[in-house]
Design a protein around this ligand. Sequence first.
Ligand code: FMN
Length: 189
Amino acid sequence: MTKKVLVLLGSPRKKGNSAILAAQITRGAKTAKAKVETIYLHGKNIAPCKACFACQKKNSKGCSIPDDMQELYPKLIEADAWVIASPVYWFTVSAQTKLFMDRCFALPAYGNDPFKGKRIAVAMTYGGDNPFDSGCVNALRTFQDAFGYIEAKIVGMVYGSAMDAGEIRANQKVMQEAIELGKKLASGG
Ligand SMILES: Cc1cc2nc3c(=O)[nH]c(=O)nc-3n(C[C@H](O)[C@H](O)[C@H](O)COP(=O)(O)O)c2cc1C
């Protein structure tokens, strides 16, 4: 069956390093016949969660904030797999990515068991030399804890060091790993 993959770009740089890795994952997923849609989070109006808990109430109609997350919720529910691409900003994920993740708190109001079995791929880029002291590992651990908690399945994570937009292309190993991750994301499960 054709898998639906939703790619969420968490960098303001539309053609930046994390977006390039996400594009490689997309290439791989498409060779496995997936239908892929890409969302550029920075171009969306997404407010921070205001902790009103309207989404957690019995028979909730969903998140009370009338912004662009409302068009994303059904897409997030419908997708078999998500690709989350983020740069490391100040030793963790970008603010755009974090806003999006916080607002996923409301997803259970839009569908039963919205995370269970969801297949996840993560693409991350960072400017430092070392994933351990640049914040990359910290950010990856955030995804591990979050998706472990909601019982989604992390199929794989690709990450590499690059500072200027496009620099990641020189890292042939991670570019290839990203294609392979896309294939795996769209074929298993
Ligand atoms: C505001 C800001 C904060 C950053 N913080 C970090 C950091 O904490 N650690 C790091 O290794 N690189 C940091 N970087 C560098 C980016 O992670 C790096 O350039 C990355 O490749 C950008 O990905 P992109 O092209 O997808 O935006 C930062 C860059 C910016 C603009």
